[in-house]
Write a protein that binds this ligand. Structure first.
Ligand SMILES: [Zn+2]
Length: 303
């Protein structure tokens, strides 16, 4: 999205047919969410709508790229219901798995839920709430659409939409607060992924999170069970269940800079070092007795 406040999409590919100009005097009252039942790009869904008598205002592809296909002021043909079309903004999402799961990717969930929040802000619809101002296509028509967005990923999607809404109302488009602070714990919710949790926790990527919770998660980082309690790595004192950082111990480094902000060599990222000195949140790491750098404890995961 180029601009969340102005609802300016990454790509504009505006339909010249299969929508109705204006809204017949109606105003936007809700967002209606859809899935592609396929994994389509902006151009591909635009092409589908050239022959099918259908359209939606926005498409979120599997990489999180958002395209606009019908202007918000016009009536898109997405809800299979005239009254619903006139009072809604339709948002399509690409699937990353197909029947029977019909899931969307983490990036689609992240950008789609952010878009829902931005629409709720722009049209003053209130905080995103399922069946209040956010509806599934299946509410207005007998269809499996929107797949997991209305099912296994619904809780995660709507929670994230709420977090983005709160962030936007607070006057920031920065990512919402992490679910918990470094060194704290987080209980996995339905629809969560390590990628999404790590992003919310402000971690660089999901690897430190997996490293800190390998025993609880098991061998496959792609499968995390709801209800599992995860330790969020980082912080000077380490987690109650994970190994503690100690001088002489080993730690993996997931930073790019030292404590002074100097860029470190690429090869240090993700590598294992010996902890040589701990001074609050400042940790000296090295190898074979040689100091490599003084880094922030939050960039280290004790092994
Ligand atoms: Zn639909």
């Amino acid at each position: 999205m180029k601009n969340w406040i102005a609802l300016e999409a990454d790509i504009n590919l505006i339909m010249t047919k299969h929508f109705t100009p204006g809204r017949a005097g109606k105003t936007v009252k809700f967002v209606e969410v859809h899935h592609n039942a396929a994994n389509l790009s902006a151009q591909q869904i635009y092409n589908v709508w050239q022959t099918r008598e259908a359209s939606a205002h926005y498409q979120v592809d599997a990489n999180g790229v958002i395209s606009q296909h019908v202007w918000d002021r016009d009536t898109a043909w997405h809800a299979t219901n005239l009254a619903a079309n006139q009072e809604s903004i339709g948002v399509e999402h690409a699937n990353n798995t197909f029947a029977p799961g019909w899931t969307i990717s983490d990036k689609t969930l992240e950008e789609g839920s952010h878009l829902v929040a931005a629409i709720c802000v722009a049209f003053k619809l209130g905080r995103p709430a399922w069946l209040v101002n956010v509806f599934p296509h299946s509410y207005h028509y007998a269809t499996a659409c929107p797949g997991a967005i209305g099912g296994s990923q619904n809780a995660a999607y709507m929670r994230r939409a709420g977090e983005w809404y709160d962030a936007m109302m607070a006057g920031t488009t920065a990512p919402p607060a992490p679910p918990t602070s470094p060194g704290g714990t987080y209980v996995v919710q339905p629809g969560d992924s390590l990628y999404a949790i790590a992003k919310r926790a402000g971690l660089r990527d999901w690897h430190p999170l997996y490293d800190a919770n390998r025993d609880a998660i098991g061998p496959n980082p792609d499968v995390i069970q709801p209800g599992t309690e995860l330790v969020i790595p980082g912080g000077a004192s380490s987690s109650p269940s994970g190994p503690s950082m100690q001088v002489g111990g080993q730690a993996k480094f997931y930073g790019t800079r030292d404590v002074k902000g100097t860029l470190l060599a690429k090869w240090t990222y993700g590598e294992t070092f010996t902890v040589m000195q701990i001074d609050g949140s400042r940790v000296v790491i090295g190898r074979d007795g040689d100091v490599t750098a003084a880094v922030s404890a939050s960039d280290l995961t004790a092994l």
